[in-house]
Design a protein around this ligand. Structure first.
Ligand SMILES: *[C@@H]1O[C@H](CO)[C@@H](O)[C@H](O)[C@H]1NC(C)=O
Ligand SMILES: *[C@@H]1O[C@H](CO)[C@@H](O)[C@H](O)[C@H]1NC(C)=O
Ligand SMILES: *[C@@H]1O[C@H](CO)[C@@H](O)[C@H](O)[C@H]1NC(C)=O
Length: 453
């Protein structure tokens, strides 16, 4: 379990658990790992809940009503530039302008969960140090019986302690959590057609966060981009502002961009259907087979979830074992040797000299791939070249960025994290229920006449 905490993380616990029950049989491992962290939850749940007293704001009547603007901007898109990298930063963030007047916040992009939340001065009982002053909640509270509130609860007949307030709690696989209340506030968004709109959105005011390890992340909150009702993309498309399509392009060199709406010509991408069973995550309907260096590995039936909330990729125990066995065999006789004193990741190799970049050793590694089939119709290959599964550690070794998911309690699931989506345009089309990808240089941001990011 060597520093599994370091490389995070995110995926909502409850949903993953659901999926696990519906498709797998070995539930005990999952139960085991999730109950460890219930301590904080069960003992302090009631105490942690606050009645928030929103700060007064000036009237917001002068803001553009997005429903009014729908008619004019129905088919535009939004694009935001992204900062960060897989290693050493470990996450990607965007800047959003939120509030009235709008203030900037750095948000971690997470396609593995739905709710967007900011560390919040409600007042805050547990917040980390944030790059910007804490968000002060609007007085526009979401009522407890609202459909977005309902979409975030574990059961349909949830308790409403105060009917005017929606309490939420989200927990992620790596035991991060945020507890708070839902509020509505305005996001200032630049559209690709040149329009700049204030859009009223529902988000979390998180006044009690749990950050279980010491890895500090300079972030103001989380940007939830999942398939659920509360996610940013569901809300934007619900208001008719963009199509229900979200995508990203994360660069091997760091940075990149995310987008909402339809930006790409569908014929340029490879597509596979999205699962209809797991309706919160971007998981594939068809099972994939692992391909090592162009050869079928014999490890099949892999369910894959694409998740920017995880910096590394996780394979289930069987697939991971097959990968390690193949890699060790492939590297036999090559001038790179396994090292045991690099704690960056579980498996690292050193070259003759300390390495500076992946291209010095790329030739020793072959591409791997996930090959998807579904009802015999689609055959889509998701290529993972060496730079999408290796990193160069700060000790100058090359390390494997694919980890054993069984070791962190993910059971049979396979999580495709940031590292394996590098230098690809990834598109999640919630209307057509398709996941698409194509190789791309993510440092080359598409240009729009009216927008530069
Ligand atoms: C987060 O994004 C901002 C700009 O949007 C950037 O200045 C900052 O360095 C980023 N944080 C990290 C850790 O990359
Ligand atoms: C939106 O556009 C304005 C100028 O029109 C620019 O100053 C601002 O930085 C842009 N915001 C984002 C998030 O790109
Ligand atoms: C992966 O993790 C599981 C569960 O901890 C363990 O039983 C298995 O041996 C691990 N596989 C490898 C190749 O380390």
């Amino acid at each position: 379990m060597m520093n599994s905490a370091k490389k995070l993380r995110l995926l909502e616990l409850t949903v993953l658990f659901f999926l696990f029950l519906s498709c797998c049989s070995t539930c005990s491992a999952w139960f085991g790992s999730s109950s460890n962290n219930n301590k904080h939850k069960s003992s302090s749940n009631t105490n942690r809940r606050n009645s928030i007293s929103p700060h007064e704001h000036e009237a917001t009547s002068s803001l553009s009503s997005s429903s009014f603007l729908n008619r004019f901007h129905g088919h535009s898109s939004i694009m935001l530039s992204v900062h960060g990298n897989v290693y050493p930063v470990g996450f990607y963030n965007v800047t959003l302008s939120i509030g009235h007047p709008p203030r900037p916040y750095y948000l971690d992009i997470d396609t593995g969960s739905d709710l967007t939340w900011l560390q919040c001065d409600a007042p805050c009982s547990h917040c980390s140090q944030t790059p910007h002053p804490l968000y002060r909640p609007s007085n526009d509270l979401v009522p407890c019986r609202h459909q977005l509130c309902a979409s975030l609860q574990q059961t349909d007949n949830y308790q409403c302690e105060n009917p005017n307030q929606c309490d939420y709690e989200v927990e992620y696989v790596d035991h991060y959590s945020s507890l708070g209340v839902l509020v509505n506030d305005y996001y200032l968004l630049n559209f690709t057609d040149g329009n700049r709109l204030k859009v009223r959105m529902t988000m979390g005011c998180g006044y009690d966060q749990v950050f279980p390890d010491s890895s500090y992340r300079p972030l103001d909150g989380m940007l939830g981009l999942g398939r659920g009702k509360s996610s940013l993309i569901s809300q934007l498309s619900g208001q008719g502002l963009v199509r229900n399509v979200v995508g990203h392009c994360l660069s091997v060199h760091g940075g990149g961009y995310i987008f909402f709406g339809n930006l790409y010509d569908y014929s340029q991408l490879t597509w596979t259907p999205m699962s209809s069973r797991d309706n919160k995550h971007y998981s594939t309907a068809g099972a994939a087979e692992l391909v090592f260096g162009g050869k079928i590995s014999g490890v099949g039936s892999l369910v894959a979830i694409f998740d920017t909330g995880s910096s590394y990729t996780y394979l289930n125990s069987k697939a991971y074992q097959a990968l390690i066995t193949w890699l060790k065999k492939e590297l036999g006789g090559k001038p790179i040797k396994e090292v045991y004193d690099d704690q960056t990741l579980p498996l690292c190799w050193h070259g003759k000299r300390p390495l500076k970049n992946i291209y010095e050793v790329r030739k020793y590694f072959k591409p791997i791939a996930l090959s998807f089939t579904s009802s015999g119709k689609f055959k889509a290959q998701f290529e993972i070249p060496p730079e999408a599964y290796l990193i160069i550690s700060n000790m100058g070794n090359v390390c494997l960025g694919i980890l054993n998911g069984s070791e962190v309690g993910m059971g049979d699931l396979n999580l495709i994290g940031d590292i394996s989506m590098l230098d690809k345009v990834m598109v999640f089309d919630n209307e057509k229920q398709l996941i698409g990808w194509a190789p791309a240089d993510c440092n080359l941001v598409p240009k729009f006449r009216h927008l530069s990011i």
